[in-house]
Design a protein around this ligand. Structure first.
Ligand code: GLN
Length: 200
């Protein structure tokens, strides 16, 4: 049966994730109400503005349903989505979901260098062993707990990290034509039931 992947569609660049998933032959569902989560095999928290996303998640009562979801099913957070999935955020306006044992600093690459594109070594993705990473007002992952696995680093800092069924990255794979990170995430939906912080 075709997989069904939800993308939180309250704000941000959810449409680009949907397009990438459809290209991979997967059904992509834009999630605007938590009752839609039930039918999904996995979920993406897209990039956007984490302060706005946090407000909307609160307003539409997404916090507990998302934590429930992440107990059993894979979730990928990109950029603002990674900030929301973190255990700790440096900005008190953003209440994180605490799904993965990382702490993040928002907008950490400085104002004048808002966006940049760079090739990062990505042996976890097979050939070629690098990925063209697009960082847009990106956060930095400044701390990782002992159960996390650092999959991609840039400038000696983690930029893609996994813990159980939670995958986070501080860049935007949906803005490239390279589907390997989405493919990697889809691979995680084959094996459910991996522990995450949300299960504790
Ligand atoms: N700077 C944004 C934030 O802190 C994240 C940017 C992005 O998702 N591209 O929410």
């Amino acid at each position: 049966m075709a997989k069904r992947i939800g993308i939180l569609a309250l704000q941000g660049d959810f449409a680009r994730h949907a397009a990438m998933l459809r290209m991979l032959g997967v059904e992509a569902v834009e999630i605007r109400g938590c009752e839609q989560l039930d039918d999904c095999d996995g979920l993406i928290l897209p990039g956007g503005e984490s302060t706005t996303l946090a407000k909307l998640m609160d307003k539409y009562r997404f916090y507990e349903p998302l934590r429930q979801f992440a107990r059993r099913r894979p979730l990928m957070g990109t950029c603002a989505g990674a900030i929301l999935a973190a255990a700790e955020v440096d900005d008190p306006r953003v209440k994180p979901l605490a799904l993965i044992d990382i702490s993040v600093q928002r907008n950490a690459y400085g104002r004048q260098v808002d966006s940049f594109i760079t090739e990062v070594a990505a042996p976890c993705l097979g050939q070629p062993p690098f990925f063209r990473a697009i960082f847009i007002r990106a956060p930095r992952i400044i701390g990782c707990g002992p159960e996390t696995e650092i999959l991609i680093s840039f400038q000696n800092q983690p930029v893609m990290v996994r813990q159980g069924n939670i995958l986070v990255l501080t860049f935007h794979p949906e803005l490239t034509a390279d589907p390997r990170i989405h493919h990697f995430f889809l691979g995680m939906t084959e094996k459910r039931e991996q522990p995450s912080l949300a299960g504790r």
